[in-house]
Design a binder for this molecule. Structure first.
Ligand code: CO
Length: 133
């Protein structure tokens, strides 16, 4: 089994502050990490749950993929991050199994991770992110 943990569940929201507030009020959650990832055009807030995170995600510019997703599908579940020991190995294994890679090779993600995205087509409708810490 190549997956070692559910790294994060990513939820696309229009207003990051409101979403953080809601999770604070509803669950007593605190923000563990916050980061703007300019290359992806997103700002994210990570709320730690045991060894995993809830990742609240909002676009920083209108042409970012998350902005397009919000436009098309509205707010809600955006992708799931699966933690792996070796991103390159897991990516190759998925491609061998018929997955469609969005990233042909692993690249830097938030909080110093190495990541690769897999297209929902070919993965039963779920956008998958492989995350190596
Ligand atoms: Co993610």
């Amino acid at each position: 089994m190549l997956l070692t943990e559910i790294d994060h569940v990513a939820i696309a929201v229009k207003d990051l502050e409101s979403a953080i507030d809601y999770y604070k009020k509803a669950f007593g959650a605190t923000v563990d990490h916050r980061e703007v990832v300019e290359s992806d055009g997103v700002e994210e807030a990570l709320l730690k749950v045991a060894e995993s995170y809830i990742q609240l995600l909002t676009p920083t510019r209108p042409d970012s993929p998350v902005a397009k997703s919000l436009e098309k599908r509205g707010e809600g579940l955006h992708h799931i991050g699966y933690r792996v020991a070796n991103c390159a190995e897991a990516l190759q294994s998925m491609v061998d199994a018929g997955a469609i890679a969005i990233d042909k090779a692993p690249r830097p993600g938030s909080r110093g991770t190495t990541v690769a995205f897999i297209h929902p087509k070919g993965s039963f409708g779920t956008l998958i992110e492989l995350v190596q810490e």
